[in-house]
Design a protein around this ligand. Structure first.
Ligand SMILES: [Mg+2]
Length: 389
């Protein structure tokens, strides 16, 4: 059992949108294919991965260090003899050889891409959907057949007013979503409050609407938005301030009673642990949104969940960032709280199985072994292109 090749490609997300901090027209993602010598149904097993939008493609890091380490390892080092499969934990250790702790930078994206593609291959070798493999190995065999998803949109487009925002949210509700999220912080407070009020006309009630400031606010702005929004009792106020300013999160949590959310820009278990230790987050209502594809992969996500439980947090308070099948498999197989969804943005690197609709705010998973990217007609041809080299 051996990894024969690891190939990668760089692609654009082609979204003419922006949030409070970045414009996505220049955003790139990496697609990785891990080609093994294992044959299933007459074809070599290939594991695939792409990273969520928001961090750029990791080609330089992948090619300079991480792919070389794995390709240079003796296959005996990463074989799981008990299961006759690859050992993703051993491969993670090999990738991280000669890397110091802390200061994760964007190597966490490069390592995540390899780790996730390896887990996809492991599930394919075992002939199971990834969620089932994760459930059997790490969750006592229990998984969720349907996962709560919310529609993340409400971006700022040039010339987009409250009517266009309402039409966008209505289209999500028409497609089966019940909870929607819009961006804030890219306009003055009064304008954003008008956008929130317009959005509430469509979604009906505060707990069905979330807002995301993309870590844009300083203390004064976060408090002002918090005071203005608190009466609406929104689903959550996401990334109010800098993701690494734990003391300011704690200060906000003392005065803003409805749910807060953050985590998509914390890239390791120690960073996640710092948030939980020092960020004042409340396990009875707040949400943790770590993104597996940006933070060292499935292997590190399992460590994060192991860290959370003794600190009083249920996995049900974790709702991964990244509206794609990988986040959905984690949410289902590890019985997390749900998963983000991008109904209209970041194509082709978003979405779930083409033929499984969202109903009553929940979505099911494909039965294909692995992550099931074959069920996504937009991304699958790109993966085939990368695998072919
Ligand atoms: Mg966000």
């Amino acid at each position: 059992m051996k990894i024969l090749a690891i190939r990668d490609g760089v692609y654009g997300v082609k979204s003419a949108i922006s949030n409070a901090v970045i414009d996505f027209s220049q955003m790139t993602v990496s697609v990785v294919a891990v080609v093994t010598d294992v044959v299933r149904e007459g074809k070599p097993v290939v594991g695939f991965a792409f990273n969520t939008n928001g961090r750029y493609a990791a080609q330089g890091l992948l090619r300079e260090r991480f792919i070389k380490r794995i390709m240079g390892a003796d296959p005996k080092e990463y074989r799981d003899p008990a299961r006759d499969n690859l050992d993703p934990f051993a491969l993670h250790r090999i990738a991280m050889r000669n890397e110091k702790p802390g200061g994760h930078g964007e190597r966490s994206v490069a390592v995540a891409l390899l780790d996730i593609a390896i887990w996809d291959a492991v599930a394919k070798i075992e002939g199971k959907p990834l969620c089932r493999l994760l459930a059997e190995r790490f969750n006592g065999g229990k998984w969720d057949e349907r996962v709560w998803v919310y529609a993340a949109g409400g971006y700022y487009y040039p010339g987009k007013g409250p009517e266009a925002l309402r039409a966008e949210l209505r289209s999500y509700l028409d497609r089966g979503y019940e909870t929607c999220k819009i961006k804030i912080g890219g306009a003055p407070l009064a304008e954003d409050m008008a956008r929130i009020e317009a959005a509430l006309v469509e979604v009906g009630e505060g707990p069905r609407l979330a807002v995301d400031a993309n870590a844009r606010f300083d203390e004064t702005e976060a408090m002002a938005y918090g005071r203005a929004m608190a009466p609406f009792n929104l689903a959550f106020f996401e990334e109010p301030v800098d993701p690494l300013d734990y003391a300011l999160h704690a200060k906000l949590a003392e005065v803003y009673a409805p749910p807060l959310a953050t985590g998509e820009n914390l890239f390791s278990m120690p960073d996640a642990r710092n948030l939980v230790r020092h960020g004042g987050f409340r396990p009875d209502r707040d949400w943790l949104q770590f993104d597996c594809t940006l933070s060292y992969g499935v292997t590190e996500y399992l460590r994060i969940l192991d860290m959370l439980h003794p600190l009083g947090w249920s996995g049900r308070r974790v709702v991964p960032h990244g509206g794609h099948l990988l986040s959905l498999h984690l949410a289902a197989g590890l019985q997390l709280g749900g998963c983000e969804a991008y109904p209209d943005v970041f194509k082709p690197f978003s979405g779930f199985a083409d033929n499984i609709p969202v109903q009553n705010g929940h979505v099911g998973l494909p039965e294909n072994p692995g992550t099931g990217y074959e069920t996504q007609s937009e991304v699958w041809p790109i993966m085939q292109e990368v695998a072919a080299g």
